[in-house]
Write a protein that binds this ligand. Structure first.
Ligand code: S3P
Length: 436
């Protein structure tokens, strides 16, 4: 990232056109990791060329994995096998990526060398105790900074033992860290989730031939098998599509198509919520590709109304709350959100930053410990600090579309972690965002 970037998002629209948003971040991280450990050469198409996933690819390159970049959205990974990684000989920088750090921690706990994981200022504030504790129960030895924060020092040459684990937080990152450590453990590793989370690790392990069994909220695998190289096609990221689903829903006269969007049901909670609010979103051309469901999404403007967001939907839309706040700010009536304390430990405290940011633009928001009530109204012009959180920056860019005047958003460079090209794509379909 090159210095501070601010955006000015001005009222605009209607939005129109057909868009391809970039590849899924969660799938891209996992594809690099498993391809690196596989026997043989894997090709990944639709790879997210974002800073988070590039950091993960760079981590494996540092550990001796040859990775080619035939095009910006493809990677060819020369797998080194389960025991083929080498020490990176120095700290591995995971950048802004919680997924990168937590999954790597699980995987590196089973290696024959020591590793150190570091991250940027935001990642350095994110809790790692949630993976350190269960990994320690499996026999790993991981030292962290004060309070369970990064950096992580992961000791190698440990004898890991499989276990049955019931996470206390609904987190695919925690589940995945345990499953990846389980690849190197003696015996069986089992995860039982009270709230099922995205199952990309399970699906991808199966695609690479690991003898994993899984169903909704449950996964079990033995240690000491092998991964066979395979080709992966990464679907477009639903979380990136989400900004355009809300933008086209709220701006009168809009009609957008988002192509080939990943429709894993553990990711598409926002779709159900927007429809409950009155959105007009139609799925067409639903198809399966490499074990994942894709669809093209047609979204047209429709008046939204406030709802009570059912808590059962939270895990399925955990990354979409910032943009849901914006939808709620334009809806008729009040939207009530509860059970989202996890938002406080994302790339920023998303509950506080969204609640305070919308309030500063004139929207009535009441924030509580684990939720917020948002009453729709007129979004005013103003200045927002995105606090370097990519999803906050993009959410307020969408808010600018319907505001009474320009919304200036500070600290937008981190949008490149998950959605490089957002600005150009948004402007091409009718936004009016300028970077300063
Ligand atoms: C992710 C899981 C979620 C999500 C993150 C990606 C993953 O995090 O917020 O953007 O790829 O497993 P948690 O596991 O912390 O809920």
């Amino acid at each position: 990232m090159n210095g501070p970037v601010a955006w000015i998002s001005s009222p605009a629209g209607p939005l129109g056109g057909e868009l391809d948003v970039p590849g899924d971040k969660s799938v891209s991280h996992r594809a690099i990791m498993l391809a690196a450990l596989a026997d043989g050469v894997s090709r990944i198409d639709g790879f997210l060329e974002g800073e988070d996933t590039r950091a993960t690819a760079a981590a494996f390159a540092r550990m001796g994995v040859q990775i080619e970049t035939p095009t910006s959205s493809a990677r060819i990974v020369h797998g080194v096998g389960m025991r083929g990684l080498k020490s990176a000989n120095g700290p591995i920088d995971c950048g802004n990526a919680g997924t990168g750090m937590r999954l790597l921690a699980g995987l590196l706990a089973g290696q024959s060398f020591d590793s150190e994981l570091i991250g940027d200022a935001s990642l350095s504030r994110r809790p790692m105790g949630r993976i350190i504790d269960p990994l320690t129960s499996m026999g790993a030895r991981i030292e962290s900074g004060a309070g369970g924060l990064p950096p992580l020092r992961i000791h190698g040459r440990r004898r890991l033992q499989g276990m049955t684990f019931a996470p206390t937080v609904a987190s695919a990152q925690v589940k995945s860290a345990i499953l990846l450590a389980g690849l190197y453990a003696h015996g069986t590793t089992e995860v039982r989730e009270a709230h099922p989370t995205r199952d990309y690790s399970e699906r991808m392990l199966a695609a690479f031939g690991w003898p994993i069994e899984f169903s909704q909220g449950w996964a079990r695998l033995p240690g000491n098998a092998r991964l066979q190289a395979t080709d992966i096609v990464v679907p477009a990221d639903f979380s990136s599509a989400a900004f355009f689903l809300v933008a086209a829903s709220i701006v009168p006269g809009s009609k957008l198509t988002l192509r080939a969007v990943g429709m894993n049901p553990r990711r598409t909670g926002l779709l159900e919520i927007l429809r409950l609010m009155g959105a007009d979103i139609v799925e067409v051309n639903r198809r399966e590709q490499g074990g994942e469901w894709l669809a093209d999404l047609h979204v047209s403007h429709a008046p939204l109304r406030g709802i009570d967001v059912p808590e059962r939907c939270v895990a399925d839309m955990i990354d979409e709350f910032p943009i849901l706040f914006v939808a709620a700010a334009t809806a008729l009536g009040t939207t009530r959100i509860r059970g989202v304390a996890e938002l406080r430990v994302k790339e920023s405290d998303r509950l506080a930053v969204m609640a305070q940011g919308l309030a500063s633009l004139g929207i009535a928001v009441t924030e509580s410990a684990d939720g917020a009530d948002i009453t729709g109204g007129t979004i005013g012009s103003g200045r927002i600090d995105s606090v370097g959180d990519h999803r906050i920056a993009m959410s307020f860019a969408v808010a600018g579309l319907l505001a009474s005047g320009p919304v200036l958003i500070d600290d937008c460079a981190t949008v490149a972690t998950s959605f490089p090209g957002f600005l150009d794509l948004a402007n091409a379909c009718g936004f009016s965002i300028s970077a300063t």
